[in-house]
Write a protein that binds this ligand. Sequence first.
Ligand code: COA
Length: 150
Amino acid sequence: MKIQKLNNKDTYPMDLLLTADPDPAMVAKYITNGECFAAMEENRIRGVYILVKTKPETAEIVNIAVQSQYQGKGIGKRLLRDAEYRTKAMGLKRLEIGTGNSSIGQLALYQKCGFRLDKIIHDFFLEHYSEPIFENGIACRDMIRLYKMM
Ligand code: COA
């Protein structure tokens, strides 16, 4: 499996990106200033992430998603490692990611990959998303921010 940068925004896998972030307006906003990287196998996209340089010395993974039938096979971990590699290569010191309070599996994955808890943005999802989000029987209200130093 090869992870490569997608240079043409028209080739971004919008359906897949929307599985990680259900708000098309939000996705449209960050694809304008982010770079998109895709895990390719047999010329097909199996997984994707978007990396944005945010503050000085900091990048953020604003979206990460793996095709449902390929989840649980290590592709997400590969994408996170690739994001770290690219963050370091850009000379940045800190990589961040945010997820919902209801995203139990994602919180596990990010911590298994060395991300530490940073802060909570209370009511982020209530304020920024028009539709309610439920996962694992939990209402998604707050954003949990995580970071990893390079
Ligand atoms: N408790 C403990 N560990 C859990 C867990 C739980 N409830 N749920 C998942 N995990 C762990 C797995 O055990 C695995 O770790 P391991 O290899 O040590 O066993 C890891 O999380 C998953 O790793 P991996 O197979 O590399 O992830 P993936 O390819 O399935 O990709 C996502 C992860 C999140 C990108 C993928 O599930 C996805 O696309 N989800 C939908 C979109 C999404 O939610 N994106 C993130 C938005 S914040």
